[in-house]
Design a protein around this ligand. Structure first.
Ligand SMILES: NC(=O)c1ccc[n+]([C@@H]2O[C@H](COP(=O)([O-])OP(=O)(O)OC[C@H]3O[C@@H](n4cnc5c(N)ncnc54)[C@H](OP(=O)(O)O)[C@@H]3O)[C@@H](O)[C@H]2O)c1
Ligand SMILES: [Zn+2]
Ligand SMILES: [Zn+2]
Length: 345
């Protein structure tokens, strides 16, 4: 075992702690974590943590850094290479989903970057709010030159989570896309949809975000708390990508979907209630997605490098992680906190 330093949950507060990392297996790389995004999923996890005697929780699943060591069978990385890691770090590699390059849908369930069970030794995975991570090289992605490492970190969870459904739903020139919830996922969805050529609108409960929505390339912002604006937007979108982090009435968003269009739910992943008539009227579809397979994650990074897309971030020393989580919970972020882990060295 080797040790590193990171931020471990003790109830809803993160405290600095010494963490163990495995010694490198032949196909592992060690990554010095430089930057890790703060995803709302981290906040959900920390809020649910039960305290010192609860399960070990070190959040963080979108990070960039540098390869510091490579196992003897590693072929894709060398020491010194810039690398990015997302929210899955392993999968069975043999099921139909893995064979199709959709490791995120592995029939044995992919190993999550934190809170997962390592497939070889069963230990709980500890996330990227730490100075070092050890990962199979298969689940590390070369970070393209030209992508700023801090602002690129959120592409690895927030970015790919919205990228896969946008691509799978055929979003391109002429598609009318609405992005509900302008946060970490939402602002990247806007940038990506705009770059794909879609006519893009934001649906937000925060009218103050209108100027940002336009700056990100959206044509319009519909205020979700204004019944008149919501009624005027009825049946207007081929795709509504719902990134809202809290439970909410899907009917209001299904009514924005055009005939034969899709509401893709990627934000709130708990139980939902749907009136069949909200689907029936207009033959609408309800879908979901999450994370990304290896090919689409690599394709996203290439696309972002080509189009100059990264997240709009507020960079903070990792020692301020509790403040970042607190502000994220109050919707006080434009649009992603990224932790600078160099204060852990
Ligand atoms: N599918 C996956 O694999 C996956 C991956 C990553 C994250 N997630 C989930 O996606 C969600 C969003 O994550 P994020 O990091 O983008 O969070 P975020 O930055 O906090 O953004 C969420 C946005 O949702 C809107 N919102 C929040 N509470 C709301 C409420 N009660 N009613 C209506 N709108 C509300 C806000 O936008 P406005 O101010 O514009 O309304 C907020 O900015 C989280 O639940 C997270 O766990 C899922
Ligand atoms: Zn995430
Ligand atoms: Zn599999």
């Amino acid at each position: 075992m080797r040790t590193t330093t990171g931020w471990r949950a003790d109830g809803p507060t993160l405290r600095r702690a010494t963490l163990e990392r495995r010694d490198l297996r032949p196909d592992d790389i060690a990554v010095r974590v430089d930057y890790c995004g703060v995803c709302h999923t981290d906040l959900h996890a920390v809020r649910a943590h039960t305290g010192a005697d609860g399960p070990v929780l070190v959040p963080g699943h979108e990070f960039t850094g540098v390869v510091t060591e490579a196992g003897r069978a590693v072929t894709r990385f060398r020491v010194g290479d810039p690398v990015a890691v997302g929210n899955i770090v392993d999968s069975c590699g043999a099921c139909a989903m893995c064979r199709a390059g959709q490791e995120n849908f592995c029939h044995e369930f992919p190993t999550l970057t934190y809170g997962g069970a390592d497939r070889e030794d069963g230990t709980t995975t500890l996330g990227g709010y730490s100075r070092e991570y050890v990962v199979r090289e298969r689940f590390g992605y070369p970070l393209p030159a030209g992508l700023a490492p801090a602002a690129a970190a959120p592409l690895l969870c927030a970015g790919v989570t919205v990228w896969e459904p946008l691509r799978a739903l055929g979003v391109g020139p002429g598609t009318r896309v609405a992005v509900a919830g302008l946060g970490g996922l939402g602002h990247l969805a806007v940038k990506l949809a705009v770059a794909l050529g879609a006519d893009t609108t934001v649906v937000s409960r925060t009218p103050d975000k209108a100027a940002d929505a336009h700056r990100l390339g959206a044509h319009d912002l519909v205020v979700s708390t204004d019944p008149e604006q919501m009624a005027a937007a009825r049946d207007r979108f081929d795709v509504v990508l719902d990134t809202i982090s809290a439970p909410h009435d899907l009917g209001r968003y299904l009514r924005l979907v055009a005939m034969d269009g899709t509401l893709s739910l990627v934000g709130h992943l708990g139980a939902v209630t749907v009136q069949a008539t909200d689907l029936l009227i207009g033959r609408k579809k309800l879908g979901s997605a999450g994370s990304g397979g290896r090919p689409s994650t690599a394709a996203l990074l290439d696309f972002c490098a080509e189009h100059g897309i990264t997240a709009d971030i507020e960079l903070m020393p990792s020692a301020r992680v509790n403040e970042a989580l607190d502000r994220l919970g109050r919707n006080d972020v434009r649009y992603r906190f990224v932790l600078d882990l160099s204060d852990l060295s």
